[in-house]
Design a protein around this ligand. Structure first.
Ligand code: GRF
Length: 301
């Protein structure tokens, strides 16, 4: 049950414990405050008293858990949680005839076809954020899903903040099952963007999305690519080898690490004073500048 909750809310075990504690203390505070407020009113009928108490604690509960969530460091989670409950209760019902269809399905009316993107990431997700920002007002491209192999990845916090559905991959199912192809198709995903995703993509997924999976690598491939060449290791190797320049490579994904055909490369100088960290920062600037626009160009073909 706890594992299920952890996956549903995309939180670590430790955070789940803090959330449950907040629920417990928030509920107690709410009951206590409710009884105190009830005591201020002289209501004779016990039926009305009960009804009044129920209304009171319903109204007080969100406030109480929000207050309690602050010392437990869970304010962001509960703010979002309560907002979602509110939306579910009072949000506008969507008329199914207004739903946008994804490509591959028949279009209705004059609505433009939506291209649904899934972003796969294992880390902080700054590239994912840049892509989300780029397509925020797009009438055509929708970031429909954030996928990660790490429940504690920063990118899942971004998904939560941006209200984008997310999916946490299980190793066994990804590598020995159908690589989540059924789930992705079910969600209408048309195109897959890898943005700092550390697992190798299984061939079942590549076959299901031919020429529709792209990756970004923080170096000028074919140099500094392959197994073990990720994150800061790439920049360390570039600096150790005294390369005069580095850069980014955006490429299609095939069965080998960092191998598919190259779509774009952009370069930057490596100064003698550069550290792996300062080089990583320069590379990130290049990535955020080019990755979203390259994706847009690919999708408009
Ligand atoms: C980027 O440098 C990307 O090139 C590499 O992983 C890093 C991810 O960074 N594949 P972020 O999580 O998007 O900030």
């Amino acid at each position: 049950m706890f594992k299920g909750l952890q996956q549903k809310w995309k939180v670590s075990g430790w955070q789940l414990l803090l959330i449950i504690t907040t629920f417990a203390f928030g509920g107690s505070l709410c009951g206590y405050a409710g009884r105190k407020i009830l005591g201020l009113f002289a209501i004779d009928s016990s039926l009305i008293r009960v009804a009044f108490y129920i209304v009171l604690i319903t109204l007080l509960w969100p406030l109480c858990v929000l207050i309690i969530s602050i010392p437990f460091g869970q304010f962001a989670f509960f703010k979002n949680y309560i907002r979602k409950i509110g939306k579910r209760m009072f949000g506008k019902k969507v008329d199914s005839s207004q739903l946008t269809v994804h490509s591959g399905q028949k279009e209705t009316g004059h609505q433009p076809q939506t291209i649904n993107l899934a972003i796969f990431a294992s880390g902080a997700g700054s590239n994912a954020q840049a892509i989300i920002d780029h397509f925020r007002n797009s009438a055509v491209v929708k970031i429909a899903l954030i996928v990660s192999n790490k429940p504690e990845a920063g990118v899942l916090k971004i998904a939560e903040k941006e209200d984008i559905p997310s999916l946490i991959l299980e190793k066994e199912k990804f590598f020995r099952g159908n690589a989540y192809v059924d789930e992705l198709k079910e969600k209408g995903i048309d195109f897959v963007v890898l943005a700092g995703f550390l697992w190798k993509v299984p061939s079942a997924l590549i076959k299901a999305y031919p020429s529709k999976i792209v990756n970004i690598h923080p170096a000028l491939l074919p140099k500094y690519g392959g197994k073990g060449m990720y994150g800061i290791h790439v920049h360390e190797a570039v600096i150790t080898n005294k390369e005069p320049e580095s850069g980014i490579t955006i490429h299609y994904v095939d069965e080998l690490y960092d191998h598919g055909s190259i779509i774009l490369q952009a370069k930057c100088d490596v100064e003698k004073t550069d550290t792996p960290e300062s080089l990583a920062a320069k590379i990130h600037v290049l990535e955020h500048e080019h990755y979203p626009t390259v994706i847009e160009k690919l999708l408009s073909k």
